[in-house]
Design a protein around this ligand. Structure first.
Ligand code: TXA
Ligand code: MG
Length: 332
C-alpha cells in the first residue's frame, strides 16, 4: 500500500478535481466532497441516495477558520468548539456566503466540525485554507454508518473514487450535534460526546431536541435510520427470553445481544445464539455498528437486543437503537 502521505496527496488531487473520497474520522467514515464544487456535492447526494434537502456537515482543520464559514457565533458555541475540537462535536451556526445552499439543503444554517482523527486532519490541512469537505457518513441513506474502510467498500466501493483507510473508528458512533437558540443550547443528535460532558463545560442546562418534533431537518431524526436489513427489536431483559422463545416457536432464528450480568448468567442456561456487548456505554457505542453489520451479514431472522439502561450516559446508544428498531421501543 502506498505511504499515507502519498495517499493523502492523491486524495487531495481527486477532491480538488471534483471527485468524492471516503476518509476516516474518529466517529465514523465520512464521504467527502470539496464544498466549493457543486457537482461534487451533488454526487454525494446521488451516491448515498439521500434526499437533497438533508444538510451536510462541513469538516475543516483549523478553529481559526470558523468565522470564514459561520457567523453570529454565540459564546456557548465558541466555548464548546474550543473545548471539544478536534473531536466528535458538530455545531450548527448561521452560514457565511462561503457555504452554498446545496451543502445546507437550502437552509441558512450550517453544521461544522473539526474531526479528531490524524488522517482526517492531515487530509483537511492538505486541502489548504478556505477549503472544507462536506462529509456525511459513508453509507447509503438510512443504513448503518461504516466504522472501517472495509464497511465503506462493501457499501459504496463501486460508486466512489477513493477510500482512505485509517483503521477502525475509535468512537464508532456519530458526532453530537448542537444548535443554539435564544441563549439556549440544544442537542439535536446525541453522539460521541456525552451530554453530561457538554453540561460540565458550559455549566448550564442543555435542552434535548431528540424527543420533540423539530422544524429543523436532521436526517438522523427520521424513523428507521441507522438500521440493519435484519429486523431488529429491543426488549428489556425481563421480556427478551420470552420473545426469543416466541420467535423460535415460529421456526425463526434470533440472535440475542446483551450487555448486563443478568444477560450473561441467563445465556449460560439457554441454547439461543447470543453475543456479549460491553457493559459500559462508550465501549458499547464504539462496537455497536460493527457488531450490527457483522450479524446482519449472517443468516439470522431477527436481532434481539437487550435494552440499555435509561441513563444520560447511554443517550447516544439509546437514540440509535430506537431508530434501528422495527418495534416500539420500551425504555427500561
Ligand atoms: O460524526 C459525524 O457527524 C459524521 C462524520 C463523518 O463526521 N457525519 C455524519 O454526517 O454523521 P451525516 O450526514 O450522516 O449526519 C449529519 C446529520 C444529519 O442528520 C443532518 O441532517 C444534520 O447532521 N445536519 C447537518 N447540517 C445541519 C443543519 N444545518 N441543521 C440541522 N441539522 C444538520
Ligand atoms: Mg449518516
Amino acid at each position: 500500500m502506498p505511504e499515507l502521505s502519498s495517499q493523502i496527496s492523491s486524495a487531495v488531487t481527486k477532491l480538488k478535481s471534483g471527485k468524492i473520497v471516503a476518509f476516516p474520522t474518529e466517529t465514523v467514515y465520512g464521504l467527502g466532497a470539496d464544498i466549493s464544487i457543486p457537482s461534487a456535492v451533488n454526487r454525494i447526494y446521488e451516491v448515498k441516495e439521500r434526499p437533497a434537502n438533508h444538510p451536510l456537515i462541513i469538516h475543516f482543520s483549523r478553529i481559526s477558520q470558523l468565522e470564514y464559514w459561520a457567523q453570529e457565533i454565540p459564546k456557548a458555541a465558541r466555548k464548546l468548539a474550543e473545548h471539544f475540537w478536534p473531536g466528535p462535536l458538530t455545531i450548527i451556526l448561521p452560514r457565511t456566503h462561503h457555504v452554498s445552499l446545496n451543502v445546507t439543503g437550502g437552509q441558512d444554517m450550517v453544521g461544522l466540525r473539526i474531526p479528531g482523527h490524524p488522517t482526517a486532519l492531515a487530509l483537511l490541512d492538505a486541502m489548504g485554507p478556505e477549503r472544507a469537505l462536506a462529509a456525511p457518513s459513508a453509507n447509503r441513506f438510512g443504513r448503518i454508518s461504516p466504522t472501517t474502510a472495509a464497511h465503506v467498500f462493501d457499501e459504496l466501493g463501486d460508486k466512489i473514487d477513493m477510500i482512505l483507510d485509517g483503521g477502525p473508528c475509535k468512537i464508532g458512533i456519530e458526532s453530537t450535534i448542537v444548535s443554539f437558540k435564544d441563549n439556549s443550547t440544544i442537542v439535536l443528535r446525541p453522539g460521541g460526546i456525552p451530554v453530561t460532558k457538554l453540561v460540565e463545560v458550559l455549566d448550564e442546562e442543555i435542552l434535548l431536541a431528540v424527543d420533540k418534533q423539530s422544524d429543523i431537518r436532521v436526517s438522523g431524526s427520521l424513523n428507521s435510520h441507522y438500521a440493519p436489513l435484519t429486523p431488529l427489536e429491543v426488549w428489556p431483559n425481563t421480556s427478551l427470553w420470552k420473545r426469543s422463545a416466541e420467535l423460535e416457536e415460529q421456526g425463526l432464528y434470533p440472535m440475542l445481544l446483551g450487555w448486563s450480568t443478568k444477560f450473561h448468567t441467563k445465556c449460560k442456561n439457554k441454547n439461543s445464539k447470543h453475543f456479549s456487548m460491553p457493559k459500559e456505554p462508550i465501549a458499547y457505542g464504539s462496537q455497536l455498528y460493527a457488531t450490527l453489520r457483522r450479524f446482519d451479514n449472517e443468516q439470522y431472522d431477527r436481532l434481539l437486543l437487550e435494552a440499555p439502561p435509561n441513563d444520560p450516559d447511554w443517550l447516544a446508544v439509546l437514540d440509535r437503537l430506537q431508530r434501528a428498531s422495527c418495534v416500539p421501543f420500551i425504555k427500561t
